[in-house]
Write a protein that binds this ligand. Structure first.
Ligand code: AMP
Length: 284
């Protein structure tokens, strides 16, 4: 595997690969890789001839009070994991390589970026959309693989790709969880033992919501109440939001009748965690 740090070098590699007719798969990550990332990498390898994993802690998607500086980083371990998966290239630019001084150009995907994660983390999706467009420009992938763990993020990126007429297929994969149900996340590394136990209320809350809906219908109010009740019993958990939304628009829906997406964001001690699950006819 080759580790590539420069934009021009990555572009040149991709240009040559495309000239050879190779199909390129990109897995954008912020590193500190776990089995959730590895599932995306494996899918990329299934659908592409050459896999690029980008490892870039993107400064523009963090708010000023957020964890950009202390976000966990371990490039050596990430590289070992990528090598074990047969990844061809790891693209790991430093921030100044991706953002030349004083950038004036950003991508804003309106409406879908405004609620939930967008409301709790102002500017977050602008940073995400901007860095994804830059990564698509540098790596020129035929297919880019994302996780539904960040469901709103996938929707924002897919909408950007559609609106900007990008020639990239966006694949979204199910959330990979620990045996105890907690969704894998690089931020789980922040949790103390007690906080980890409290975080297990997240999969329990998703289960409680699923239980209310079953395979039928339910009013959103009842679904949200069931999930909130689980969190309210955990002193270490503070709810940011618990909502049921239309999985395509992320707008609230009054009842689950067909498809609904339960989205949750909580603080567990100092750590903010998000999760989601489909409700109703299609579950995951
Ligand atoms: P991150 O490094 O957290 O920015 O995540 C990089 C990609 O991995 C994003 O597309 C995430 O949605 C995806 N991802 C993160 N956690 C998981 C998980 N537990 N299961 C599946 N995909 C995930």
């Amino acid at each position: 595997m080759e580790i590539v740090r420069r934009v021009h070098a990555m572009k040149e590699i991709v240009r040559k690969a495309r000239a050879r007719g190779l199909r390129i798969g990109l897995v954008p990550t912020m590193g500190f890789l776990h089995d959730g990332h590895l599932a995306l990498i494996r899918r990329a390898a299934d659908v592409a001839d050459l896999v690029i994993v980008s490892v870039f802690v993107n400064p523009t998607q963090f708010g000023p009070e957020e964890d950009y500086e202390r976000y966990p980083r371990d490039l050596t371990r990430d590289a070992d994991l990528c090598i074990a998966e047969g990844v061809e290239y790891m693209f790991t630019p430093e921030a100044p390589e991706m953002y030349r001084p004083g950038p004036r150009t950003y991508v804003d995907v309106s409406e879908i970026s405004d609620r939930l994660e967008g409301a709790s983390r102002p500017g977050h999706f602008r940073g995400v959309a901007t860095v994804c467009l830059k990564l698509f420009e540098v790596c020129n992938p035929h297919v880019a693989v994302f996780g539904r763990k960040d469901a709103q993020q996938v929707a924002v990126v897919a909408r950007m790709a559609e609106d900007l007429l990008l020639d990239v297929e966006i694949l979204a994969l199910p959330t990979v969880r620990n045996d105890d149900g907690l969704a894998l996340s690089s931020r789980n590394a922040y949790l103390s033992e007690a906080e980890y136990d409290a975080a297990l209320s997240i999969p329990r809350a998703l289960d409680a919501a699923r239980h209310v809906v079953g395979e039928g219908q339910a009013r959103t109010e009842e679904v949200v109440a069931a999930a909130r009740e689980v969190f309210d019993a955990e002193p270490l958990i503070e709810i940011d939001y618990v909502e049921v939304v239309d999985p395509a628009t992320f707008l609230p829906i009054p009842a689950v009748d067909g498809d609904g997406l339960l989205v949750v964001a909580v603080r567990c001690g100092a750590t903010r965690l998000i999760d989601n699950c489909l409700l109703g006819r299609h579950t995951d």
